[in-house]
Write a protein that binds this ligand. Sequence first.
Ligand code: NAP
Ligand code: G4F
Length: 346
Amino acid sequence: MTAKTALITGITGQDGSYLSELLLDKGYTVHGVVRRASTFNTCRIDHLYRDPHDPDTRLFLHYGDLTDGSRMACLLDQVQPDEVYNLAAQSHVRVSFDEPEFTGDTTALGTTRLLEAIRMTGLPCRYYQASSSEMFGATPPPQHESTPFHPRSPYGVAKLYAYWITRNYREAYGLYAVNGILFNHESPRRGPTFVTRKVATAATRIKAGLQDVLYLGNLDARRDWGYAAEYVEAMWLMLQQEDPDDYVVATGTSYSVRDFVEYSFAHLDLDWRDHVRFDKRYLRPAEVDDLVGDASKAEQVLGWRPRVRAPELARLMVDAELNALSRNTGPTVPAVPSPAHTLASH
Ligand code: NAP
Ligand code: G4F
């Protein structure tokens, strides 16, 4: 157990929820940055909520936004974290073509705002940047730490800026700052418009007779899909090393979207060809055709290895959807008091 304190941006997202669980299990006090919304947006971390009046509470939430640098500086000063995990981003590749300016502001410049806030407050904290395999884009696989970048979306370009500004603050100011270059990682907590979750949800609803058809875009794209709950361990390990460095985190395997669809439907004894239809609205102006990560550096230095691969991931996600459907609730919405109520009283 540790008495360390961590600050997580993007705590309400898929990875933020798994990372919070991991750090709380390790004895950390965890502070999360939550965007103000007109509805509660904490469903992925509701199960971690404890009444803040309870002296044993170790999870605290604060309103903040990566587009507001002075707020980030205030929070750092208030929280005095040992470790900062920057997971916040406009993270949807297709949406980044519709909102390139917002994506750049949040995903690229938001990183500079946070790093600059760390530099200005002079905190001796360690910094994790959520970099992405989207930065490799058009460069053929396998992709590793020295593979040239060729992003194919405003999101990929914004993440590449964030990657380089992180390296720049490490080189220029001696900050302990690392890039985790994570390949696609999924889970039952994945956002509903990413392809794996969209498929798992729809296949389960089709099996239950609640819908007939699933509309998808490019089925030929290939991804290196891993399990999010395993990937947050790699994030933590990166910040426990003596020296800061950058690491690829991946399974080293590649499957097409079609493969993932087939595994998901077959798990329910369904033939996907009877239900999946094409809709061009889900195509991107430029596609990333094939991602396969070489994570041998992470294995050698961090001792990190993936266990779950796409076929098992598909089954795991469908099982979670079945379970949620039988309880008549989303898999990420447990019926416990919400930390959003604490925020709402601020
Ligand atoms: P996610 O589920 O989309 O979560 C993104 C988080 O960022 C949410 O908590 C979101 O808040 C928050 N956020 C968005 N804009 C913000 C802003 N302007 N200020 C503060 N917070 C903001 O993403 P994820 O899958 O957990 O991924 C975590 C990080 O890793 C992201 O940076 C993503 O780009 C990167 N990444 C993901 C993968 C992957 O396969 N999952 C792979 C490589 C890299 P709301 O809940 O309010 O929307
Ligand atoms: O699930 P996706 O939207 O994920 P994508 O674009 O690979 O991005 C994810 O992984 C990145 C890491 O490489 C992260 F950095 C990023 O934040 C995000 O988490 O799409 C996967 C593939 C694409 O090739 C897309 O064209 O699935 C294809 N696809 C086909 N039909 C679809 C659909 N994608 C979505 N979202 N919806 C469809 O209907």
